[in-house]
Structure formats: structure tokens, C-alpha cells
Write a protein that binds this ligand. Structure first.
Ligand code: FAD
Ligand code: UDP
Length: 368
């Protein structure tokens, strides 16, 4: 008996939605299951007072990949938003990423030559070390003033552990420049879908059957019978009932607030870099879209421990978790009809462009 669907896609986040779009466009049948009460996974935006509120953390697409940029723009046009967060440290404001504006605000110097001399002095002996952890990497890259004002406090509250116990690669994502340029990303393309990320996902899933409020793992025997193949985008350890142990994550709590003023902070993203302020950043959503609504919605983002009752956000890619992941990957390789994809199944920090690229590649592989 042929099964009703070619593919059962578990999860309507970006990975599941892009994969579903490709499969559907190629004339194959698929069903998407989503355990939340809405589509979109973590890129979901909700319309509150005509403002697109990023409910699971602020999202900005940035990429150097022209194919991906054209792909997303073929579903919904993107605006010209450029991410330029500010850092607030002890009541003063500084530009991010670290660039000539930051150096001027911090040290009162205005030329790249002065900045280079200052940084050399700030780096001191760290300039010549091979960094073994995030603290050493940051001191080597930025020196002590920047590290102690903008990195140590933020990083330790974000990750819930000391910077000397974190891998160096986390900090390598932040650009560092000797020009006056507050663009947080180096990529050629960036922006926000006009109308919100949920609209992008709605368009990806157009004409595709989606069942919300449905957790695949609660009745997997039933669901396995209805499709030739399963695409699983949930947590890989959960798929195997945590049989080898739990992969660790850092979680987040979002506190959303609607205010009866039109402009709260004048910028979409402000990072609070001191350890003593318990949130890491405040997002003012309307500024992602140059909104002129009479009210505003802000979100304070608090890092919290990952408990079974919280959502998993940032994978903790240390040695122990990497070893555990490899063991789960061995089990996954023995599941011929299950394809694992997306940030939770791969246990990786994937930017949206990486997620889309991987979903397109998997679809290509499947469609031959
Ligand atoms: P998800 O969005 O997590 O989707 C997985 C879906 O599967 C969820 O909807 C979940 O409910 C569902 N699911 C899981 N298990 C089951 C089950 N058993 N049954 C049914 N459904 C299930 N990237 C950028 O490029 N730019 C940014 O600015 C950016 N900001 C970020 C900010 C934060 C705070 C975080 C954590 C990430 C950010 N990212 C950003 C990364 C981006 O969120 C990911 O690339 C993308 O959301 C991954 O999509 P996904 O489909 O793999 O995962
Ligand atoms: N970071 C920091 N201070 C900041 C912003 C970032 O120390 O003001 C560090 C922190 O360790 C964080 C990492 O840089 O985890 C990556 O930051 P990014 O903004 O790229 O990550 P996001 O949390 O938005 O994914």
C-alpha cells in the first residue's frame, strides 16, 4: 500500500518550511507537523498594534549568498534595515560593533593610527598568545577596556558560565574595524521581510498542509505510517528519548511590553553589557521596519538555564556536548527513512542563511 505522503516534515521553522516548499514545488506530497500553536519556529513574528514583534528573539537576515537572498526575496520583498546595535555600559552609550565610533567614545581618539597604537597597548602580552578560551580570544582581539566594558559581563550572563570556560569561536562572530562603520554585519545583503517573518513562512508554506499543536514524538508510530520519509527538525537527543543523556542549551526568557509612547529607545537593539543588569538586550521592534505607529513594543531578553520546561536556544558546543552529539549522530545514521535537519537536529548555531542553504541542499539531494 503506498503511503499518503512522500514526506512528513516535523517542525514548521525555517528549515522545515524551506524543505516543504521545495518538495511541494517539485510535485511531491508532504505534511508539516508543528507542536506550537503557530508556524515559523523561532523566526515567528506576531502583529501587535500593527508592529511585527519578534517573539523568540530579534531576527535579521544577513548573507553573502546571492542565491539565498534572491530565494527569500522571491517570496516577500525585504526592507533596507541595517543592524547597528548600541551598547549601554554604566549608563553611557557606545556604538557596536567595535569600530572607530566606539574607540572615539571610549578613549576620545579620532584617527585609525591612534586607535591602532591604543589597541596595541590594550592588548599587551595577549597580542602574542594562542587563545585557549573566549576570555583570551577577546583580550587578544580587543584588549582590556573593551573586554571588561562590553564583553565579559554580557558573555557571562548570556552563557551562565565564566568566559575562561567558553570556547573562543563565540566571539569571533563580532566584527572589529578601523573605520567609522556601525553595521553589525559584514555581509553583502541584509534586511527584514516587509510584513514580518511570519509572512515569509506563510508564503513558503502556501498550498501545503500543516497541523499545528501536534507533537510528533507523542505519537510517532501513528505518524511514521503515513509517509515514506520523515524530516525531523526537533532536538536530536529528544528524538532518541534522551537515551544517551541530554545535550545542554542556554535558554532565554522574553519579557514583552507595549508602551503608550511612540519611541522608547530610538534604536532596534540596545545591549546592556554589565553583569549587574540581568537582561542582555532590549529590542524595540518597530525600528526594524522604520515604524511610525503611535505606540511601541519592547522586549527584554533574559538568559536563563535550560530546563525541560524552557525552550532550547543556544547549543553549548563544548567538548562534552560535542562527544554526546557524535554518539547521537551515529544513532541517526542508522535511521534510513529519517532525515535530520535544522538547528536543533544538528545541535548547531545556524544563522538563517545557513539554515536555508542546508534545507535547499537536502531537498536537492532528495529530488535528485
Ligand atoms: P526552529 O525555528 O527552532 O524550528 C523548529 C520547529 O520544530 C519549531 O517550530 C518547533 O516547535 C518544531 N518542533 C520541534 N520538535 C517538534 C516535534 N516533536 N513535533 C512537532 N514540532 C516540533 N539567525 C540569523 O540569520 N539572524 C539573526 O538575527 C538571528 N537571530 C537569532 C536570535 C536568537 C535569540 C536565536 C536563538 C537565533 C537567531 N538566529 C538568527 C538563528 C535562527 O533562529 C535559526 O537559523 C532558525 O530559526 C533555525 O530554524 P529551524 O527550523 O532549524 O529551527
Ligand atoms: N557579545 C558581547 N557583547 C555584546 C554582544 C555580543 O560580549 O555586546 C558576545 C557574546 O559572547 C555573544 C557573542 O558575542 O554570545 C555573539 O554575539 P552576537 O550578537 O553575534 O550573537 P546573538 O546572541 O545575537 O546570536
Amino acid at each position: 500500500m503506498p503511503k499518503p505522503y512522500h514526506y512528513l516534515i516535523v517542525g514548521s521553522g525555517l528549515f522545515g518550511s524551506v524543505f516543504a516548499q521545495q518538495i511541494h514545488a517539485a510535485g511531491k506530497s508532504c505534511l508539516v507537523l508543528e507542536k506550537r500553536n503557530h508556524i515559523g519556529g523561532n523566526i515567528y513574528t506576531e502583529n501587535i498594534a500593527d508592529i511585527q514583534v519578534h517573539k523568540y528573539g530579534a531576527h535579521i537576515i544577513h548573507t553573502n549568498n546571492e542565491e539565498i537572498w534572491n530565494y527569500v526575496n522571491s517570496f516577500v520583498p525585504f526592507n533596507r534595515y541595517t543592524n547597528s546595535p548600541l551598547a549601554c555600559y554604566k549608563g553611557s552609550f557606545y556604538n557596536l560593533p567595535f569600530n572607530m565610533n566606539t574607540f572615539k567614545q571610549l578613549w576620545g581618539i579620532t584617527s585609525p593610527q591612534e586607535a591602532k597604537v591604543k589597541l596595541e597597548e590594550q592588548r599587551g602580552t595577549y597580542a602574542h598568545i594562542e587563545p585557549r578560551n573566549l576570555e583570551e580570544q577577546a583580550l587578544k582581539l580587543c584588549g582590556k577596556d573593551i573586554y571588561y566594558s562590553f564583553i565579559k559581563g554580557y558573555t557571562e550572563k548570556q552563557w551562565g558560565r565564566e568566559a575562561v570556560k567558553l570556547p573562543a569561536f563565540i566571539i569571533k562572530r563580532i566584527p572589529f574595524r578601523f573605520i567609522y562603520d556601525n553595521n553589525y554585519f559584514n555581509d553583502q545583503y541584509q534586511g527584514i521581510p516587509i510584513g514580518g517573518f511570519t509572512l515569509l513562512v506563510e508564503r513558503l508554506l502556501e498550498g501545503i498542509e500543516v497541523k499545528l499543536n501536534t507533537d510528533y514524538l507523542q505519537d510517532r508510530n501513528k505518524w511514521n505510517k503515513i509517509a515514506d520519509k520523515i524530516v525531523f527538525t526537533g532536538c536530536i537527543d529528544h528524538f532518541f528519548d534522551f537515551s544517551l543523556g541530554r545535550l545542554e542549551y542556554r535558554s532565554l526568557r522574553f519579557e514583552h511590553e507595549q508602551l503608550k509612547i511612540d519611541n522608547y529607545q530610538g534604536n532596534a537593539v540596545i545591549n546592556y553589557t554589565e553583569r549587574e543588569v540581568s537582561y542582555t538586550r532590549i529590542i524595540e521592534h518597530k525600528h526594524f521596519e522604520f515604524g511610525e505607529q503611535p505606540t511601541t513594543v519592547i522586549t527584554r531578553e533574559y538568559p536563563v538555564d535550560y530546563l525541560p520546561s524552557n525552550d532550547p536556544y543556544y547549543p553549548v558546543n563544548d567538548e562534552n556536548n560535542t562527544k554526546l552529539l557524535q554518539q547521537y549522530q551515529k544513532l541517526a545514521a542508522k535511521q534510513p527513512n529519517v532525515l535530520f535537519g535544522g538547528r536543533l537536529a544538528k545541535y548547531a548555531y545556524l544563522d538563517m542563511d545557513d539554515t536555508i542553504e542546508q534545507a535547499l541542499a537536502l531537498a536537492r539531494q532528495e529530488l535528485g
